[in-house]
Design a protein around this ligand. Structure first.
Ligand SMILES: Cc1cc2nc3c(=O)[nH]c(=O)nc-3n(C[C@H](O)[C@H](O)[C@H](O)COP(=O)(O)O)c2cc1C
Length: 563
């Protein structure tokens, strides 16, 4: 499939998406439209449940010796674990399950292994099983309920649908699905919430890919199905089951291959979606808030950025430039177990402003965000890489402080460079570095600038480094259509999930930063202020964390044994 430029309704929708993007920017003098004061009594329930479904508890599995942390980034090689209840329990726990309960002054809230803006968790997870496997649930569509750590059976799948799903796949065959309850984020963030839901979906894709890797299983997002197909397969289009409840917007389906093998699309989607219409469903979604506020521009972008067509991205993912380069050695390489790092992942709420990390650790982190399509998590993401990192280096031993660029897809560098008109940018390749990493402002102390750009959040200046993820925006939307707005955010969420785990593995901590002044970042690089050719979509910080001693921590699933 060749490159293609959108015309007609698709290009009109690209304009709607661009207008949404501009309107949802934060500016120092004016934040994106949001609710202002929070209506706490109306805070959305973070746990969706389907009343009237059969609920099948999943086991809690230790998994400590299943996979070394470093192997998370290696193509599968271990003997895959069986596709059974225990395997599915570990997959969903590590991907979307609880990591802890926090308590402060009588309130308790759950954290999860996947992060979420404001801890609001818009992302819901599903499992579609297409064949009978001993020890696994039978063919059907299941919603994952993280609080209960259980699968809720929304429907059984008849043989013809199973045969269709198994097409071209080794047995057993399963799909993992993701959807988003946009209201959960809109409650707090108003119009900017659509962006956060997409970030969170990207984090969830990576979290599930890593969880599958622990089991020796493969997982790959399908680029083909339309949103309508995803909704039909997961039962999200069943208005009667969501009456009075907040809708779930389809995000994606991913093929889960428990043999760890190669995966294909599941054609043809038209027949599958119409076969799903004959399935008998059960369950009614719970209502998450008493009242709702409609954010008008968010409603328009939901429609404009829908994936209306079944088509693959215009180019196959490029082999990452790093594919043949050795991974830089990691100076303090602790032999960690993957599940321990995944379960201990947390966001730093404050950074100490002193911890430095060695150059070798920094370069390893950078090598792992390179979009190598042969390695997790990038083997799960079937879209051409389109995001660069603009890095604020504050304290990396052996690297001068300053502004740097990681050109994750070197082929896009000339276009990016043409857009950066600031005459102070040096464009010096970093010495002794196999990565496309350039010093743009070597020697600059950007701690105050980084914090200022991140809406004045000190974590961006007090980390060892922080960064903005800058996407090849206009060109991607023109080539792939307006829905690509979402997948650009997914790419940034996947990068973020890598950084979260890498930070934990090195004994430091990270935090995603969704609150930033978009155009301040652009101005630093000298972008034309009237253009959206390249846009910073997500910021991040990595460094030495300061804990919050006021909070009590409880185990994630203590409530299950307490009955
Ligand atoms: C997309 C996204 C945006 C975020 N933005 C911010 C932010 O601007 N400032 C901040 O302090 N934390 C931010 N966070 C961190 C979340 O608040 C954190 O993930 C959430 O409270 C759950 O905590 P945990 O990551 O420790 O599980 C963000 C996280 C995500 C995933």
């Amino acid at each position: 499939m060749g490159n293609r430029t959108e015309s007609g309704p698709a290009s009109a929708n690209v304009e709607v998406v661009r207008r949404y993007h501009v309107l949802s920017k934060h500016h120092p003098q004016r934040f994106a439209p949001g609710p202002g004061a929070l209506d706490w009594a109306n805070q959305p329930d973070p746990f969706r449940r389907f009343a009237g479904t059969e609920r099948m508890p999943l086991p809690l599995v230790g998994g400590e010796r299943f996979c070394r942390y470093d192997a998370l980034f290696a193509p599968a090689g271990d003997e895959p674990r069986p596709f059974d209840g225990a395997g599915l329990g570990l997959l969903f726990e590590l991907g979307l399950g609880l990591s802890a309960w926090k308590e402060y002054e009588g309130s308790r809230w759950a954290l999860r292994n996947n992060p979420s803006s404001g801890n609001l968790h818009p992302t819901e997870g599903y499992l579609v099983i297409a064949n009978e496997t001993p020890g696994a649930p039978g063919p059907g569509v299941y919603h994952y309920a993280p609080h209960e750590h259980a699968l809720e059976r929304r429907c059984r799948l008849p043989d013809d649908v199973c045969r269709h799903l198994r097409h071209a796949h080794t047995e057993p065959c399963a799909l993992v699905g993701l959807s988003s309850v946009h209201w959960r984020e809109a409650w707090k963030y108003g119009e900017r919430a659509f962006r956060y839901c997409q970030h969170d979906a990207g984090h969830a894709i990576a979290a599930l890919r890593f969880a599958a890797r622990v089991l020796g299983w493969s997982l790959r997002v399908l680029a083909g199905p339309s949103d309508g197909d995803v909704a039909a397969v997961l039962g999200l289009d069943r208005g009667e089951d969501f009456e009075g409840a907040e809708p779930e917007h389809p995000d994606c389906l991913a093929v889960l291959d428990p043999t760890g093998g190669a995966m294909a699309e599941v054609p043809p989607w038209e027949d599958l979606a119409s076969a799903m219409a004959r399935v008998a469903w059960s369950g009614r979604a719970n209502r998450l808030s008493r009242h709702h506020v409609r954010w008008q521009t968010m409603a328009t972008v939901e429609a404009a950025a829908a994936k209306a067509e079944r088509r693959l991205p215009p180019t196959a993912p490029a082999a990452g430039a790093i594919t043949d380069a050795p991974e830089p050695a990691f100076a303090a390489d602790p032999p960690a177990e993957a599940v321990r790092i995944i379960r201990q992942r947390r966001s730093a709420v404050a950074m100490d402003g002193t911890t430095a990390i060695p150059k070798s650790a920094f370069l390893r982190m950078m090598s792992r965000v390179m979009p190598d399509p042969t390695r997790p998590p990038w083997d799960a993401f079937p879209f051409p890489p389109a995001v660069f990192l603009g890095l604020f280096v504050h304290r990396i031993a052996g690297v001068e402080p300053g502004l740097y660029l990681l050109a994750r897809e070197p082929g896009l560098l000339p276009g990016f460079r043409a857009h950066c008109t600031a005459d102070y940018l040096a464009w010096q390749p970093l010495a002794d570095c196999p990565l496309p990493l350039y010093a743009l402002m070597p020697g600059a102390d950007l701690r105050t600038v980084a914090a200022r750009i991140s809406c004045g959040q000190d974590i961006a200046g007090d980390g060892a480094f922080s960064l903005g993820m800058i996407a090849d925006f206009d060109r991607t939307l023109a080539a792939e259509g307006p829905w690509a707005y979402r997948r650009l955010y997914w790419e940034t969420g996947i990068i973020g999930q890598v950084l979260y785990l890498e930070a934990e593995a090195f004994g430091v901590r990270a935090t995603g930063i969704g609150c930033f002044f978009d155009d301040l970042m652009h101005r630093l690089l000298g972008f034309d202020p009237t253009s959206t050719a390249w846009q910073s979509l997500y910021h991040f910080t990595v460094g030495g964390a300061i804990g919050d001693e006021r909070l009590k921590t409880h185990p994630p699933y203590g409530h299950l044994s307490e009955g």
